[in-house]
Every structure is written in C-alpha cells, then in structure tokens.
Design a protein around this ligand. Structure first.
Ligand code: ADP
Ligand code: MG
Length: 317
C-alpha cells in the first residue's frame, strides 16, 4: 500500500515540554521507532506539523534587534521543514539501513483570494494575558484572538490547493524512496499571472495538505497521527464516547474544534470522499494497529474495517 502519514506537531513537542533541540530530537526518534516497521511493507510519505516550532521561531525573530523586521512566515515555515525534516531524515536512515530517504522543502499553492487572509484564525506561539496580547498586537502589527481563557497570535490559514512538487514526490516514491515532505503543510505560495511563485504570510494546515497530497499521489491510506488514541464524540463531557469505525457522513454530522480535531476530521473526510480509500486518526504509537483497522478512528466509505491486504505481500526490504 501507499500510505501518507501526518505527524502531529504536538506529538513532536508535547504540550508544556521545553522546546530544546535534545527534547524534540528524542521525540522524533520515538516517532520513527513507531513508523519504521511500516516501511518494510508499505510505500511511505511522511508529513509533519510545525505549530509549536514555527511559533517559537517567530518569537526568536521578533526578538532579534539586528533585524528591521522579523522573518515572514513563509521563511519560518521553510526553516521548520529543514529542522524537523533533518531530524526525521537522519532517524529514518538510522532505523532503516539500506533504504533511500529524502527530506524535501515543499511549497503549497494557495489562492490570494482565499477568505482566510481577511480572517486570520490559526493560533501560533504561546498564550498571553489580554493586556499583553493587546500591547503586542499594537507594537508588532499582530492579529490576536482569544484561545480559551487566554489570548494568542493568529495568522491566516488558507486552504491548500496543490503541493507544487507533487510530481517530484511521485518520482521518488516510484524508486522506493521514503519521502519526508510538505512539513507544516508546505510553505504557502501564490502563483501570479506570469507563473511566478511568491511566498505569503500564512501557515497552511498540515492535515489538509496531507489529505491533498494523499489524493494527488493515489495513496491507499491517510494516517493522521497525534497524541490521542481516537476521535471522541462529546469530547470532555460525561457522555464522551470514542469513535471506532465511521463514515465521512457520520463524522460530518459531529462538531470538532477548528484549532485541533476539526482539521483532522475534515482531512479524513475529504480523502475518503474523493478517493474511496481509508483514512484514520489515532496515536502515533498505534500506527501499525491503526493500519490493520484495530485501533484509532478509521474512516471508510461504508464504515467497515478495511480489507487487510498485507498478508502475503512482499516486504520492501
Ligand atoms: P496535532 O499537533 O497532532 O495536530 P492538535 O492539538 O491539533 O495536535 O490535535 C489533537 C488534539 O485534539 C488532542 O490532543 C485533543 O486534546 C484535541 N481534541 C479536540 N477535540 C477532540 C475530540 N473530539 N476527540 C479527540 N481529541 C480532541
Ligand atoms: Mg493540529
């Protein structure tokens, strides 16, 4: 099977953890230990989030007195692709000797007319009290919004339209290469009437880009791996109930929060609706069990467990 895997930025840097390189690198190694067994049987495309990491770089850049202006978000997104991509590349190479692994910088086309530019909604960086958020907004030209009891910076998150390097990724897969790509949803770019690409100040949702890429690459499965084992109906209420197997229509009938589970369920629904394939949401450590249909929240056109066609198939190494 061809499998596109999206790793949660929060699974690579847990909430409340210090963002030191050693901490993040150790989390990446743990993620790779969970994913490497899949590489023996499947073609893998690995994408990753960058929410915590890009927020940190934005703060570092804003604090740099040698700059007239902080670095824009397209550049910061590319920096996180380099950093997380490097850790993933090296960990995968160490875990899978003999396999070709590639970490790519990728751009994701968005529309300049996307309504998200007029309504920034993606939370980045740390939380602030109301007064401090207001002061920072005035000083630095940020947009800030309420996130639960706190305030946080928001940036536009336009809908991804196409990963610019999709054909190159397909070429790499056809030669047996594991592709680490489209990190942080890809660097957001627009294409002008002369065909020229330019970066824009935005952060694309990595789950939606993963769904788009999975569809464009004719993937059989899309795995959205995060820090919870299943999608829960009535999350945080006494009636909370985990969802095992489901359909896009059943998932669309529920409400999930825009900043966390919402994009994952939307991505899973889009992929299954467009391709008839399988999408699943669950914990990083359960990757193989999720693919076997015995863990996570598995979304298929008819809500039935997927056919397990791995028996008797040839290992890739
Ligand atoms: P990632 O970095 O993996 O994208 P997110 O924080 O965006 O992580 O999304 C995962 C989080 O979504 C979980 O840690 C959980 O707290 C939250 N969440 C919100 N609603 C739900 C729900 N209905 N079921 C399960 N988790 C939910
Ligand atoms: Mg997320």
């Amino acid at each position: 099977m061809r499998v596109v895997i999206a790793l949660g930025g929060n699974a690579l840097l847990r909430r409340g953890e210090r963002p030191d390189a050693t901490v993040q690198h150790a989390n990446v190694r743990a993620a790779v230990a969970a994913l490497a067994p899949l590489a023996h049987r499947h073609e893998l495309v690995i994408t990753h989030g960058n929410g915590p990491q890009v927020g940190l770089l934005a703060l570092q850049s804003a604090a740099d007195r040698s700059l007239d202006r902080p670095f824009p978000f397209d550049v910061l997104g590319a920096e996180t692709q380099g950093m997380i991509g490097y850790w993933l590349l090296q960990s995968l190479q160490n875990a899978l000797p003999g396999r070709q692994v590639c970490a790519l910088l990728n751009q994701t086309l968005v529309s300049a007319a996307d309504p998200a530019f007029a309504d920034p909604a993606k939370f980045v960086g740390p939380v602030y009290e109301r007064e401090e958020a207001g002061r920072l907004a005035a000083e630095r030209g940020w947009t800030v919004k309420q996130d639960g009891p706190h305030w946080r910076r928001v940036v536009p998150s336009p809908d991804p339209q196409r990963v610019v390097e999709t054909r190159l990724i397909r070429l790499l897969l056809s030669s047996g290469t594991i592709a680490v790509c489209a990190g942080g949803g890809g660097v957001p770019v627009i294409r002008d009437e002369h065909g020229q690409l330019t970066g824009v100040e935005a952060v694309v949702d990595k789950d939606l880009t993963a769904a788009l890429l999975a569809e464009a690459l004719d993937a059989d499965a899309l795995l959205l791996l995060t820090d919870v084992p299943q999608v829960v109906r009535g999350y945080g209420t006494p009636d909370a109930e985990p969802i095992g197997h489901t359909t896009p229509a059943q998932l669309r009938a529920e409400h999930f929060p825009a900043g966390s589970m919402g994009p994952k369920t939307e991505a899973a629904c889009r992929f299954v609706e467009l391709t008839g394939g399988m999408a699943a949401i669950g914990a990083l450590g359960d990757a193989q069990a999720i693919l076997d249909g015995i863990a996570g929240t598995v979304v298929t056109p008819d809500g039935r467990p997927p056919q397990n066609d791995t028996d008797g198939s040839q290992d890739l190494i």
